[in-house]
Design a protein. Structure first.
Length: 158
């Protein structure tokens, strides 16, 4: 990644950085490959949504949405335990992946020590929408993890 004169990657390249950060974290922490999906929107009826806020030089919200099955598989692979044992840890695992991806993203764009992260928040259920801030920008990244859709987004407040 080429950065601007101030050491920060230009905003028009942040989608690429978000993809790279997510791919690297899934490979390193989950031990899994993820691929880009052709899906235009979030998974139908997502059941687990993790969010982490970014504040400082930028204000943004990182979001990961997936099915309960994918969340449990993430926990199972991260912890090296069976899916049955991982089921009670799936929200914690999704929150931790959000935290690590958001931290990796802000470091890769050159804002590592100029931003802070919130504590991860995880929502479960299927009857909700996540709306971007008015006047903001949403970077969207539809992915496939173990054949199932995972939706990554970064809502940046302008």
């Amino acid at each position: 990644m080429t950065s601007s004169g101030n050491g920060v990657v230009p905003g028009e390249r942040w989608g690429e950085v978000l993809r790279d950060a997510t791919t690297e974290v899934f490979s390193m922490m989950v031990g899994a490959e993820i691929t880009l999906s052709e899906a235009a929107g979030p998974p139908s009826l997502p059941s687990v949504t993790g969010t982490v806020g970014i504040a400082g030089a930028i204000t943004a919200i990182f979001t990961l949405r997936c099915s309960t099955q994918s969340a449990t598989r993430i926990a199972s692979q991260m912890l090296g335990v069976s899916a049955d044992d991982a089921a009670s840890h799936n929200c914690d695992a999704v929150g931790e992946v959000c935290n690590i991806v958001a931290g990796h993203f802000k470091a890769k764009v050159g804002l590592g020590d100029k931003c802070m992260l919130s504590v991860p928040t995880v929502i479960t259920g299927g009857d909700y929408r996540i709306l971007p801030p008015a006047g903001g920008e949403r970077l969207k990244l539809p992915l496939l993890y173990a054949g199932e859709p995972v939706w990554i987004s970064l809502d940046i407040r302008k």
